[in-house]
Write a protein that binds this ligand. Structure first.
Ligand code: GLV
Length: 309
């Protein structure tokens, strides 16, 4: 029997196992380190694959990431023809929609400012704007960005999205590529980063980008830590170019105890919880991809290695 090997959080692995028993009984689902006969391992779902993957599992056909990102993989160490698949599943999408909607609403309704006022014993209503008067901009228009925008559009926000290559999203003004970045930034009051980490997006959120936003804009960062130039964020908050930041991802994670983000009055920090793979729906999504593989349809979330996501 072919083996589907799972190498990620073992508790969540039990939920995967349950789904596989029901939906894919033809596969021997195993949880690392109980690999069985390595020659029988055809599929691997992992957050961090073993370094000697190619020699250890000579018949491996597909590597599935157990998370939305694949930046934790060392592509140089993977066999060049091994298909790699990102996690695209409804649980992770819903989690991100919740996190970003919460962040946008909190910023839109001045919650960080009211928290500071409360601490100082200040009772001071601020002007209330309608959602239609609030301009949100989402960086990254993959499955997460599109789902987040659908929710924000439904709530009446004035929404735009930017992606590397042109995308169309209902009810959203879309911008593409470096040449349209300035126009996107100039109209964006709340900037949401949902980009994948690639060579191109490392250090993307920097002083130049913050400088393109209207003064007093806010950042919601739920992409990857290394995309943010931390010193530039601190400087932008210091100068007032940015008013607030909600940061879910950092570099490194966790941040060292002495890091200024911990205590910054205008940074709300969360420990990379914006969204997590939900095991039941993730296992279903992977089984669905195995079915596609079997009938030679393209798998959902198949990574383009040249692109990096
Ligand atoms: C979390 O950040 C993930 O990639 O799933």
């Amino acid at each position: 029997m072919d083996v589907f090997l799972y190498k990620s959080d073992p508790v969540r692995g039990q939920a995967w196992a349950e789904v596989f028993r029901r939906r894919a009984p033809h596969l021997d689902f195993r949880i690392w380190p109980d690999v069985g006969d390595p020659e029988r391992v055809r599929f691997l779902a992992a957050w961090e694959p073993p370094a000697d993957l190619a020699t250890r599992f000579p018949r491996l056909e597909v590597l599935f990431s157990s998370g939305a990102g694949v930046d934790q993989f060392d592509f140089g160490a993977l066999p060049p023809d091994l298909p790699v698949v990102r996690m695209v599943e409804p649980g992770i999408v819903r989690g991100m929609v919740e996190y970003v909607t919460h962040a946008v609403l909190a910023l839109h309704r001045d919650m960080p400012q009211y928290r500071r006022q409360q601490r100082e014993g200040v009772w001071k209503p601020l002007p209330v704007r309608t959602a239609g008067e609030r301009r949100i901009g989402v960086l990254g228009l993959g499955s997460l960005g599109q789902a987040v925008l659908a929710q924000l559009v439904a709530m009446g926000f004035d929404c735009a999205g930017w992606s590397r290559s042109r995308r169309t999203v209902a009810g959203v003004a879309t911008y593409a590529g470096a040449e349209e970045m300035d126009g996107f930034l100039a109209r964006t009051e709340v900037l949401v980063c949902l980009l994948p980490l690639t060579g191109e997006t490392r250090g993307f959120l920097d002083a130049r980008l913050f400088g393109g936003l209207p003064r007093g804009a806010a950042l919601v960062h739920a992409g990857r830590g290394p995309q943010l130039v931390e010193a530039d964020l601190l400087a932008a908050l210091e100068s007032g170019q940015l008013a607030e930041a909600m940061v879910d991802v950092t570099d490194p994670e966790p941040l060292p105890a002495s890091h200024p983000f911990w205590t910054h009055p205008r940074i709300q920090l969360t420990p990379h919880i914006a969204s997590m793979t939900q095991p039941l729906t993730a296992a279903e999504a992977v089984i669905d991809n195995l079915r596609r593989l079997g009938s030679r349809e393209p798998m959902v979330g198949l990574v383009d290695r040249a692109r990096g996501y």
